[in-house]
Design a protein around this ligand. Structure first.
Ligand code: SAM
Length: 210
């Protein structure tokens, strides 16, 4: 069943989610990579970047689920969404918030294995992978490892959607070139705090290395 969730949490739950997120950031700022969850306007722009026909989507680094919610509201079916979050407390919160969605506690850098162990989306490729990870903090080799797996999971012309607070694409040029990727900035959300850009990466050819 895909009962469309309401576009946001009630105010008190929203505040509790933001406080939980802030606590995780205080514990591990590098991994959480943002002091607060994305705003709803940015989340909507991220969700619209997956494309209207996306039915099989993986979200990595979901935090409190702002983007998860926007993906569901944009029409991605609950049964077609797989969410991966590494932080145990955020994972617990996501499982409570989205009982109809498969939410796994796992490391996106082991994405192929995490997806293989999941109950859904194991057969066939996916339309989009949406990332909330702080790619700038990851470094080049981890970016290569992540994106190599992502583009093995994506169908031909499938999209990798990434938001960033950085003024430029947060993926190393070498990784883009080695994997045969191309990027376009699809949105800039000035209203978000801090303002953020949304990038869509696609593969233009088989890369030299994966
Ligand atoms: C910048 S927050 C974004 C959260 C949410 N997508 C949003 O827009 O509000 C990054 C999230 O990625 C998670 N994360 C960081 N590294 C991860 C990894 N290797 N695998 C899975 N999740 C990760 C963090 O725990 C955090 O929830």
């Amino acid at each position: 069943m895909n009962s469309r969730p309401k576009p946001g949490l009630p105010a008190e739950e929203d505040l509790a989610a933001t406080v939980l997120f802030l606590r995780q950031w205080l514990r591990d700022p590098r991994s959480i990579a943002a002091i607060a969850p994305s705003g709803r306007e940015l989340a909507r722009r991220i969700a619209s970047a997956v494309g209207r026909n996306a039915r099989r989507v993986i979200e990595i680094g979901a935090g409190t689920g702002v983007v998860t919610q926007a993906l569901l509201s944009a029409g991605v079916p609950e049964a077609g969404l797989l969410v991966v979050e590494r932080n145990a407390e955020l994972h617990r919160m996501l499982t409570r918030r989205f009982p109809g969605v498969e939410v796994l506690e796992g490391d996106a850098l082991d994405l192929a294995q995490v997806v293989a162990n999941s109950g859904r989306l194991t057969a066939g490729r996916v339309d989009a992978v949406v990332s909330g990870l702080g790619l700038v903090n990851l470094g080049r080799e981890a970016q290569r490892r992540l994106l190599g797996q992502v583009f093995e999971l994506l169908r031909v012309r499938g999209r990798f959607v990434q938001f960033t607070y950085a003024p430029v694409l947060p993926v190393s040029r070498e990784v883009m070139s080695d994997l045969g990727l191309t990027a376009r900035r699809t949105a800039f959300s000035l209203l978000n705090l801090p303002p953020a850009s949304v990038y869509v990466l696609t593969r233009r050819r088989a890369g030299r290395r994966t």
